[in-house]
Ligand binder design. Sequence first.
Ligand code: G16
Length: 544
Amino acid sequence: MAQFEEVSQKSAVHPKPVGLVLQYGTAGFRTNSKQLDHVMFRMGLLATLRSKKTKATIGVMVTASHNPEEDNGVKLVDPMGEMVTPAWEVYATQLANAEQEELLTALKDVIEREAISMAQEASVFVGKDTRPSSDSLSQAVLDGVHALGGHSKDYGLVTTPQLHYMVCCQNTQGRYGEATVKGYYRKLSQAFIQLTKNVPNRTDDQKALLVDGANGIGALKVCEMETYLKNELQLSLFNDGSSGKLNHLCGADYVKVQQRAPKGVEMTAGERCCSYDGDADRIVYYYSGSAGRFHLLDGDKIATLISTYLKELLTQAGLDLQIAVVQTAYANGSSTQYLEDTMKVIVRCTKTGVKHLHHAAQEFDIGVYFEANGHGTVLFSKAAEEKIQKLAQDSNTNDERRRAALLLQNTVNLINQTVGDAISDMLLIEAVLAIRGMTVQQWDAIYTDLPNRQLKVKVADRRVIDTTDAERRTVSPAGLQEAIDSRVKKYRRARSFVRPSGTEDVVRVYAEADTQESADALAHEVSLAVYRLAGGVGEEPKSL
Ligand code: G16
């Protein structure tokens, strides 16, 4: 077939280094950008096959998100804007790792297993972040799409959630919105203005927000959006990419893990600040308290704020819809306790990776999912959206119920339901704070985080660590879980777990306890256990 000849020829321009094996990680392939050219070409091929199979547009985003600038990666987007289905992750791995001469066989294997009609048209949307390597790597994706005769639309520089949004808009024939960046700005800003327009006496101080753009794509895009917000939000942008390096000493991951303000953000006491990550699908908030103490409001605090707001509106609207919050093992113990015991909402725990949380959240009328690192969104079932819409349009209902339904309707429009979205989440948080008349300190005071610490340990092969129970326990290597248990017992209100990262070549260690000293000591002791029992390399972890 001519298509296969084309693939053969074009793949020679994107050759695979012999023997290189890459794993499909938490959110796709991710490693040093120099190793990724062949992977990108092949993901272009795979996205084209997926499009033929689903008879829908598929997305490919070139980004390594929170990783350092020299890394890159790829995220695949399924028709409704969600992460590609796990079954196809297996094909992605097979294609990425097939040696040059085996590529056609691997490709034909996918076609056969999935019974794909090669006569079917294919359409792939491509986007990229601001990394220097993203230009050539997104070209490699496009080459892959064209080699199999697929149609492509290159969105160029967009945030990851913007690309997810475009795919969903396209495949819903515009019902979700217009598949353009301007359409995205218009939909979100209109919803934000509708939500905040009736809030009395919002002062300039209340409208002010400091944004750390992580020197990445989010900075560019939030700038583009600002005019659409008509001064209802007054942003001061830092780390806009004009001089600093992507994610270096800034961005959501740095702020969350280091528990300190990013470089370059000049904040005064009590000012609301937020940080995006490198592809703007995560956000965390923070402020400086009395005596300059740093206060972090992470994904758990965001989930609590949003679910409290939604629950209140549902009560006011008299709508009987079930609301649940989905978290991971990283969720602070205090947040889970508050959600279950005080708010009385259902809480679920899944493995790390938005695909897992997204899937679990789909089981409820309203599923609020957030990873502690700030990656998350809210999903509304079709039935829930219909009920809200019906009530919002019902002129016979009383004013309070109607007002609540209208707020819910605009809230639905403000949320990017396809995936976590720093810009959309930021607007939602700002709207909720405005509507509830809350300061960032009042939000922070909803519950008090247990002190916690996250560390990384280098090991020879992180795959030796196998976990169970949504990553809260290890099953291998032998003795590691017992070692963790015995150390946890020494501290009050303590919890710890370890898991291999799916985006970096490290083992992640999480510990929490009643004091920061205890959390730090526990994290260090568990790191040592990992180092000794799971093949640590380099220097032994030092105490903090
Ligand atoms: C990705 C995933 C997140 C995950 C994070 C860290 O985020 O989308 O779900 O929490 O990686 O994963 P790990 O601990 O396995 O390295 P991003 O923002 O980097 O794409």
